[in-house]
Design a protein around this ligand. Structure first.
Ligand code: TYC
Length: 122
């Protein structure tokens, strides 16, 4: 029996040709619906410099609430200290708001003026 030669391995696979849709009453035809959902708006949590919060407390906060290791937390703290502000992480809206609240709560509890804010990306 003659068989078709195998597909050329160097040629990219082609999608199967579209089969004409017929609705004879017995067949369910599923049409592909274009994806309409957009990715969620993301927010960066930006921490601000001030003259009073101890560096060690900022490093602690970044480690504790943004899950950074000590070295990364120290680098972020120094960037904020030198540039005036720095990004601690990028999150969905609710998570970013929760991070801002946690930082504000810890700062208040310890009597430091440390501030951070959530900024929409793009
Ligand atoms: N500038 C502070 C100091 O010299 C340290 C500091 C760093 C404060 C980062 C806030 O987000 C901050 N003690």
């Amino acid at each position: 029996m003659a068989t078709k030669s195998p597909a050329n391995p160097n040629k990219p696979a082609q999608p199967a040709p579209a089969i004409p849709k017929r609705d004879d009453g017995d067949t369910t035809v599923l049409e592909r619906v274009p994806q309409k959902t957009k990715p969620p708006q993301m927010y960066q949590v930006v921490m601000l410099n001030d003259d009073y919060t101890p560096m060690e407390f900022v490093v602690f906060v970044i480690q504790e609430f943004f899950k950074k290791d000590r070295e990364t937390a120290t680098q972020i703290m120094l960037k904020i200290h030198l540039d005036g502000k720095g990004v601690c992480g990028v999150f969905s809206k609710d998570i970013a708001a929760s991070k801002v609240d946690k930082v504000a709560g810890a700062a208040k509890e310890h009597g430091h003026p440390l501030q951070c804010q959530a900024e929409p990306l793009e």
